[in-house]
Unconditional design. Structure first.
Length: 136
């Protein structure tokens, strides 16, 4: 590995910029501490990842996001939304629980298709309990 080009820039208007330039790896890492945000950027010719932190928000933009931990807990005091532009899966090597205080709604929609399918599979038993169970 060759030498890195490292810079620290202090600017009364722009804030502090720290740059590490790896010419051999063609990677530039930058941290900008401005008056309203902290922005961390890692850039190569084919990919860029950015983390931006403001007092009320943290945003991460990247090609691939991986999180590995022994325990992960996510909670929100208001709404939570997860979405995918392609396939979406949830897997557990042990038990899996889905719980809602008022209603749970599972929909399968195919845009431009007449039919949709929902498949429930259990190797031992599938149970349904309610005041009214409606099957059509």
């Amino acid at each position: 590995m060759g030498a890195l080009l490292c810079r620290v820039e202090l600017n009364k208007i722009g804030g502090i910029t720290i740059t590490v330039d790896n010419k051999d790896g063609e990677i530039i890492h930058t941290i900008v501490l401005s008056s309203d945000a902290i922005t961390t950027t890692s850039k190569r010719s084919d990919a860029t990842s950015t983390i931006t932190q403001t007092p009320d928000k943290i945003t991460m933009d990247c090609k691939t996001f991986e999180l590995t931990a022994e325990t992960i807990t996510c909670s929100s005091s208001k709404s939570t939304s997860l979405s995918s532009g392609s396939e979406f899966s949830i897997k557990s090597d042990s038990s899996f629980a889905l719980e809602a205080a008022t209603a749970a709604d599972i929909k399968a929609k195919e845009i431009g298709a007449d039919g949709t399918n929902i498949k429930l599979t259990g190797s031992a038993q599938i149970s349904a309990t309610a005041g009214i169970i409606k099957l059509q």
